[in-house]
Design a protein around this ligand. Sequence first.
Ligand code: NIG
Ligand code: FE
Length: 445
Amino acid sequence: MSIELRDTDVIWRNAKLATMNPAIKNTYSANVDGDSIDGLSNYGILEQHDLIVRDEKILAILPTGRVPANQCKIIDVEQRLITPGLIDCHTHLVFGGNRASEWEQRLNGVSYEEISAKGGGINSTVNATRNSSAQQLEIVSQKRLNALIAEGVTTIEMKSGYGLDLINEEKQLNVVRALAQKNPIEISPTLLSAHTVPPEYKYDPDAYIDLVCDSILPTLWQKQLFEAVDVFCETVGFNLKQTKRLFATAKRLNIPVKGHVEQLSNLGGSELVAEYQGLSVDHIEHLDEKGIEALSRSGTVAVLLPGAFYFLRETKRPPIALLRQYGVPMAISTDFNPGTSPFASLRLIMNMACVQFGLTPEEVWQGVTIHAARALGRADSHGQLAAGFMADFIVWDAQNPVDILYELGHNPLVYRVYHGEIMHRDHLNRLSELNYLNENSICDN
Ligand code: NIG
Ligand code: FE
């Protein structure tokens, strides 16, 4: 390959590159309980290679010194690990209030029904979100986002779904847009207006779906406020018929779909998502073989959310062995939300995916890189260290990918590179401080 490097190019040298590129096969082969894992069999490790960045993309990965460096900048990372930036493909990060006291009540023995009867649960977050200004929502969301950015997340999905009317869904998505404009992170916004039935439609959920399909969805799509449509298809959410109506509306506008499905029961939502060639099915603890078969045909990603499983003290695990058997790509995500997964740490969730769901560390890494990228429709541009992909990567003070999810409580991130822009961890800490000061100055007014 003949490449003439420019002065503005950057060479990352002396790294262990976990490329996550399926084309790069190492001798390592994973085996779990006697079953070999379909798909990738390694982290795509490369050593003695230069990772060369031009502008916001990876220009090439070549054996060290293959091309003359000319005047370009060389950063020696002294044998540290470089991985793709983490991708958190399922969050409800923008919301008002929190549900800590509700959780405390539950731990003191108050039943869920009693809490709900007093206006608790998802609708309490809807209330708090409706009663917050866009500015207030942005301040609280920024703090959550800082935590994820600081630990290496470079792409994140954020859902609406706590507004549940046109004005408040728009407000939530406008906050998502503001966060995307002000932060060094790529944000994929999702419309989740069909999250739960709002109180004013309690006795007529079909009329609420009409409102979503006829007004909220087309209006906010026209304003380019989201890139996919999600639904909570569940006995306590929306039924299959309502979900189908929503997906048909999305399809008419060519909008990709995904779904919170098979979390508490099996309604067949996964098959419906597959029928619409959806991006992902999320939660899926109650998914059955028929659903898995449908996913394997449609290429839909299975998104596993161990934070919600843990926080709700669920006992039924997602059907990991069958997902492996059918070669369904599995992604992992925080599902950050106030009710079921208040964890702004993807590294913690990666650890939980191993301990609670029995995934291998390698599967978990795929789950926050290539498969998460696919769940966000970004498989060709994100989630791998490869020529032509976005220069989104992390230099870790670590030797092996497993180190990142093994030892928690301190942050091994040294550099975070987002679209080619280099940030040292001290810079990230400084950013969090600035946001904190900003918040205090707003509170003083
Ligand atoms: O992904 N399953 C539905 N939605 C969220 C929980 C939302 C909430 O409780 O506020 C979830 O777990
Ligand atoms: Fe969720």
